[in-house]
Design a protein around this ligand. Structure first.
Ligand SMILES: Cc1cc2nc3c(=O)[nH]c(=O)nc-3n(C[C@H](O)[C@H](O)[C@H](O)COP(=O)(O)OP(=O)(O)OC[C@H]3O[C@@H](n4cnc5c(N)ncnc54)[C@H](O)[C@@H]3O)c2cc1C
Length: 383
């Protein structure tokens, strides 16, 4: 049986599971504590789309995104090999579409920007896009095609990461709620569970939209907040959908489980309510029919919602919790937690084990002043 863990991670979503995997691979004794099932929250609801950088974003976000994207495919293959289980990974391409003249102009500006950055993409007329994707609506007037899109079944990837962590010696506690963070001065001694203390030398807070409550236990603001996202899934018709379709902040994609999903709403006003609403479903189905009119005859499969962990300035929180010497935060990944999991896990592992992080994590510090002077911006991700 494992001695007291060196490191306890709070939260068994994609971020906690990826951190557990990297920390276990680095040779630490790590425990992953999840109050429900793995991927029970945002990571289970996720669309699982991961693509290359396709629009302008801040320098730190571009660096984080490029570094994580580069690691994503190899990481999935690695955990599939280690666990002998698949994650429903599809390698595909995306079509970013315009539905009217104004959006075609904006889309073309983005294409010009992509070319200036050396990003590989192709400009298509509406007819050229339909030649590649025959189900596409006649109203699509232009598109940008980009290779390098991944679609993964996010709950499967989360489970595989945790299973692979266990293969490397991690211990997994499911159905186990952390209720406090006992500490002496600036030193946290472990995590409090309903039936006692799990001692730890270091604690990583990866509790998704609930991470701010962990900060509350220590009197430190961790301003992560929930942003509901709703998705509708339909059974895939016999005709193929070859590309992930991107329109504005929405998307339509085929998945390895035989379904087509249309997502996702962005509803911070819903708070911690993760119920599906008829209005949310209608918005997502309108989007589906606008892009693929033939889908009106599709069979309904499911609808679900999840709570993304939002952050006030749109950047994730990755780094030491201010005021405490042995607590780290890995949260606030908003619409990009699946994409950002590989690099987040590497940064956290480096910080915890005292080695150099793969990139400058300063801009993502939970102590950054911008966090407390909110100005909301999207992270430039799909989900
Ligand atoms: C509809 C939707 C679509 C999305 N699509 C994409 C996409 O296509 N691509 C992409 O990159 N991202 C996407 N995202 C975003 C991505 O899913 C999230 O950023 C990511 O899942 C966040 O992972 P997490 O581990 O931080 O949080 P979560 O997955 O929410 O995990 C946190 C875990 O902590 C646990 N927990 C909380 N408190 C405690 C406690 N006290 N004790 C023990 N456990 C606790 C919770 O039960 C939960 O399992 C999408 C999100 C949604 C909702």
């Amino acid at each position: 049986m494992m001695k007291s863990p060196d490191i306890v991670i709070v939260g068994g979503g994609i971020i906690g599971s990826a951190c557990a995997y990297e920390l276990a691979r680095a040779g630490t004794r790590v425990a992953l504590v999840e109050r429900g099932e793995l991927a029970a929250e945002a990571s289970g609801a996720s669309a699982g789309l991961v693509g290359p950088r396709y629009r302008p974003m801040s320098v730190p976000m571009a660096a984080l995104r490029d570094a994580s994207y580069k690691r994503f495919g190899p990481l999935v293959v690695q955990v599939e090999e280690e666990t002998g289980q698949r994650c429903g990974l599809i390698r595909t391409a995306s079509l970013m579409v315009a539905l009217d003249d104004a959006s075609a102009t904006a889309l073309h500006e983005r294409f010009v920007w992509q070319q200036s950055q050396g990003i590989s993409s192709t400009w298509l007329s509406g007819d050229e896009a339909r030649a590649l994707e025959p189900m596409l609506a006649p109203s699509v007037s232009a598109a940008i095609r980009m290779d390098g899109e991944y679609a993964v079944i996010a709950p499967l990837l989360t489970q595989r990461l945790a299973e692979a962590a266990v293969l490397h010696g991690a211990r997994l506690y499911r159905g186990t709620t952390v209720i406090g963070l006992p500490h002496h001065g600036t030193h946290v001694t472990g995590v409090a569970l309903t039936d006692g203390l799990l001692p730890a030398g270091t604690v990583v807070l990866a509790a998704g939209a609930w991470t701010r409550f962990c900060g509350d236990w220590l009197g430190v603001p961790v301003p992560v907040f929930p942003v509901r996202g709703q998705i509708v899934a339909v059974e895939r018709p016999p005709s193929l959908l070859r590309h992930v379709l991107l329109a504005g902040t929405g998307y339509v994609a085929a998945r390895a489980d035989g379904r087509i999903i249309t997502g996702a709403t962005e509803e911070p006003e819903a708070g911690f309510d993760k119920r599906v609403t008829v209005g949310g479903m209608q918005t997502m189905l309108d989007q589906l029919f606008t892009l693929l009119p033939g889908m009106r005859a599709a069979t309904f499969s499911a609808a679900w919602a999840g709570l993304r962990p939002g952050s006030p300035d749109g950047l994730p929180l990755i780094g030491p919790l201010p005021g405490y010497e042995n607590v780290f935060v890995a949260s606030g990944h908003f619409r990009g937690g699946i994409l950002f999991a590989p690099i987040t896990a590497e940064i956290i592992t480096a910080l915890v084990t005292g080695t150099a992080p793969p990139l400058d994590a300063g801009p993502f510090s939970p102590a950054r002043p911008r966090l407390l002077a909110p100005q909301r911006s999207l992270a430039g991700t799909t989900g």
